[in-house]
Design a protein around this ligand. Structure first.
Ligand SMILES: [Mg+2]
Length: 410
């Protein structure tokens, strides 16, 4: 029997429902109530609106498969800057309720709400309702909220009813709540642990949490590790995982895309267009002091088909001039001269504010190159547009001076 007092602690977990799809529906009201999937640029569904989920559409499904299942589906490319913006706005709202907020992911956060009932003049359930309503009214996003004694319990609670659910689990309710949770749904217990526990007849979170402490002894028949021990305590309402208010939302990304006319099937023109977006996206990253580890490039055909590929760099970079060969090779993999293109684009992901992890791993060479590139970009960046050769192919409508450096090698 699990025993805990009502609210020795109170942790709220908030999870935006079908986040990317909901953001697209929020900015394009005509999509409200429509089956929508996001991920056109990758060719697979990365987010699915609840209306689309009703057709059995799942994450990772191919767009062709999705169209078969639901001919009236609306397929959209992801707008990662927009998602990041909505995420930031969501966390601004959460910080109005408590100073202790953890940005766990782009669409999920933990808040310490213990002791806030009196200053906020409301019960925990009213707090959950207020937050849910405010996010829905101000951002147009549906969110599910869970409040319980630990992070693991709060996360289970928010996932209990979706979309727009609110679930509170106080100490005395732990037993009955956990008995409804299959062991595989417990945060941190993967398929391997779950099937191992199932062999011993442990199929619900309640059965796991009710195990005696002695099962964690070395002599025990069950072979459990430290993280099992932590989860066991969390499920019993004892806080092991602290809320980390310094954790940053790691879903920073920058994207640049541009349609060009007339559509073209010429390699040089499409490459020049792509490179223009590459330079523009990296320029923005440098402006915010970001280093880039991973990018996604895509080409959009005249028939609105997307071809894309991801590139992970050996080290975090700020200067695309140093990455040109790698990006060109990736471009050539997706470019097909028999097709005609109308747009290109790039998404920079895995942005961070330092490039430190790589220090010491490389010889001097990249550093010298980086320094050269840095100096060069610094000189050129003063009110100039940097195109590095793309100017040869791109039409310019402005009278801004351009540097043409097609032969540049550093
Ligand atoms: Mg979510």
């Amino acid at each position: 029997m699990l025993q805990a007092s009502s609210w020795p602690t109170a942790i709220l977990h908030l999870d935006a429902n079908a986040f990317f799809a909901s953001v697209m529906q929020a900015v394009q009201p005509k999509l409200k109530g429509q089956p929508v999937v996001v991920g056109a640029e990758r060719g697979i569904a990365t987010a699915i609106s609840y209306e689309a989920k009703a057709y059995g559409i799942k994450r990772g499904m191919l767009m062709a498969q999705i169209k078969k299942r639901c001919p009236k589906i609306v397929i959209l490319p992801g707008d990662y800057e927009l998602f990041s913006l909505f995420s930031q706005k969501m966390f601004v709202i959460l910080r109005q309720y408590s100073p202790v907020v953890e940005e766990y992911s782009v669409d999920e956060g933990f808040i310490d709400v213990a002791g806030l009932r009196r200053p906020l003049h409301c019960s925990y359930i009213q707090m959950a309702q207020k937050i849910q309503t405010q996010i829905n009214q101000e951002l147009g996003l549906p969110v599910s909220v869970g409040i319980s004694l630990s992070k693991s319990l709060a996360k289970l609670a928010s996932g209990f009813k979706k979309p727009l659910g609110i679930t509170l689990v106080s100490g005395p309710q732990l037993e009955s709540f956990l008995s409804q949770i299959p062991i595989i749904d417990v945060w941190g217990l993967g398929p391997a642990s779950s099937s191992y526990l199932a062999k011993f007849g442990i199929k619900t979170a309640q059965q796991f949490a009710s195990l005696p402490e002695s099962v964690f002894n070395k002599q025990s028949r069950l072979k459990l590790n430290k993280s099992h021990w932590e989860i066991w305590q969390e499920l019993r309402g004892q806080v092991v995982y602290q809320i980390n208010p310094h954790a940053k939302n790691h879903y920073q990304s920058i994207s640049k895309t541009r349609t060009f006319r007339p559509p073209s099937g010429k390699e040089q023109i499409v490459w020049a267009e792509l490179l223009h977006n590459v330079e523009a996206a990296f320029e923005k990253a440098r402006k915010y002091g970001y280093y880039v580890k991973k990018i996604l490039i895509f080409l959009k055909t005249q028939e609105f088909r997307y071809l894309s590929t991801e590139i992970c760099f050996l080290q975090k970079e700020q200067y695309p001039l140093l990455l040109r060969k790698t990006i060109k090779a990736a471009f050539l993999k997706i470019f097909n001269s028999r097709l005609v293109y109308r747009a290109t684009g790039i998404v920079l992901t895995e942005l961070s504010e330092t490039n430190q992890e790589q220090i010491g791993l490389f010889t001097d060479l990249p550093t010298i190159q980086t320094n050269k590139a840095q100096a060069l970009y610094r000189v050129l960046q003063n009110n100039q547009k940097i195109d590095f050769g793309t100017s040869l192919y791109l039409p310019h409508k402005t009278s801004e001076p351009h540097f043409h450096l097609p032969m540049l090698e550093i």
